[in-house]
Design a protein around this ligand. Structure first.
Ligand SMILES: [Zn+2]
Length: 104
């Protein structure tokens, strides 16, 4: 069960990008790392490999650890901590610890 999932909005709480928010567009569940749109950009010097990848210096996101972000609750729009509960239909959902709303 992942606290942070694809398409979540997260709030960065550690490091250079502290205080910024962005949308998760990739999750590495094994490493607990995520890519967040516009967060932790690094410059990469890249050689052209095919038509789709441009040559030169490109900026792309570097993965950040999920412990360095908080989920932004869709209901109260605050960076919150998450707990889990099992609904009556047996589905496990994430719950905002702040406002108590289901997030999924
Ligand atoms: Zn909330």
């Amino acid at each position: 069960m992942q606290r942070i999932r694809r398409d979540d909005t997260v709030h960065v709480i550690r490091g250079r990008e502290r205080g910024k928010q962005g949308q998760v567009h990739e999750v590495d569940t094994a490493k607990n790392r995520i890519l967040v749109t516009g967060i932790n950009m690094v410059k990469r010097h890249q050689r052209q490999q095919d038509e789709r990848t441009p040559a030169g210096i490109i900026e792309k996101e570097a993965p950040i650890h999920t412990s360095n972000v908080k989920l932004v609750c869709s209901a109260c729009e605050q960076p919150v901590r998450v707990r889990f509960r099992v609904r009556t239909d047996g589905v496990k959902v994430r719950v905002c610890k702040s406002c108590g709303q289901d997030i999924d």
